[in-house]
Design a binder for this molecule. Structure first.
Ligand code: ATR
Length: 279
């Protein structure tokens, strides 16, 4: 089974490691190949992968929105968010889906996040990742507030997906805060997307950034009493959902997660034995 990834640039991706581990776990002979494709070649690349008989591919920055225009059909999550990260090829073309939606919900629940129905959750950012998170939260019945540097973009997002755009972060009585901006991502690891209030008791703070695994925002939030959820489990869960769509096989998220985690440093070499005493 041939699987792939389309993005540009692709230097940082953990997807090949995760999907190769899943193929092995499932006992499926296959390959997952990253393709670094610039936007001008995206259409030819997608048609080429179809012609070559790939089963599916992931799509990442900057192609998640552009790729929808060539899909033969859109799954509900891709339709609602206007973005796709998972393509499944068939005889006539490909179905576009967005597994970031389920990936976020899986990570929220698995990370001990509280029930979302009726909860007020503030989302930082209004880009493609925010769309998946806002759609997921609304689907679960949350009251969503979107705070973005560019307020007009937040307004467009809430008009299409629901929720309200806000100008000031107010976490009094809120259930959750989710960062979907790139602020705090490697190499800007000391940056934070929000100035937090002194106490965050009872608030769950989730950062979807996975490099670094523990962001400054999460450290600040935890120091103020918040429950925190890291980004790597969401990455692993969206990959597991894509793998299930392509193969029909449910490989545990833990398999993807351990493949994505940097391997522990090798133990130091054992000390050389002492030479025998002379004489
Ligand atoms: P993605 O698809 O990963 O969400 P994106 O569409 O480029 O990527 O969105 C990036 C998000 O991070 C946006 O909400 C962006 O804010 P703007 O819409 O105002 O551009 C936010 N972002 C990026 N850099 C930022 C910064 N330095 N301060 C605040 N927000 C930032």
């Amino acid at each position: 089974m041939l699987l792939g990834l389309l993005g540009h640039p692709l230097g940082h991706t953990l997807s090949p490691r995760m999907h190769r581990a899943a193929l092995e776990h499932a006992g499926i002979e296959g390959m997952y190949v990253p393709y670094d494709v610039p936007p001008v070649r995206l259409e030819s690349a997608v048609r080429g992968l179809w012609a070559l008989g790939l089963r599916g591919c992931n799509v990442t920055i900057p192609h998640k929105q552009q790729v929808l225009q060539w899909a033969t059909s859109l799954a509900p999550a891709a339709q609602a968010t206007g973005a796709a990260n998972t393509l499944s090829f068939n005889d006539s073309g490909f179905v576009a889906d967005n597994t970031d939606v389920d990936g976020f919900l899986h990570a929220w629940r698995g990370g001990g996040g509280p029930p979302l129905n009726g909860a007020r959750v503030v989302v930082l950012g209004a880009g493609g990742a925010a769309r998946a998170v806002v759609y997921a939260l609304r689907k679960e019945g949350s009251r969503v507030q979107v705070l973005n540097r560019d307020r007009a973009r937040a307004e467009v997002l809430v008009r299409e997906l629901g929720g309200e755009a806000i100008d000031v972060l107010d976490l009094q009585g809120a259930t959750g805060l989710v960062n979907t901006t790139s602020v705090g991502m490697h190499p800007q690891v000391h940056a934070t997307p929000a100035t937090l209030p002194d106490s965050l008791q009872g608030v769950t703070v989730c950062d979807i950034i996975y490099n670094p695994q523990r962001t400054r925002l999460l450290d600040d939030a935890e120091a103020r009493g918040a429950h925190v959820i890291e980004g790597l489990p969401m990455l692993a869960a969206q990959a597991a959902a894509a793998f299930r769509i392509w193969t029909g096989v449910e490989v545990p998220v833990a398999v993807f997660l351990s493949a994505a985690r940097p391997s522990p440093a090798p133990p130091p070499p054992a000390a050389a034995p002492l030479p025998p005493p002379p004489g």
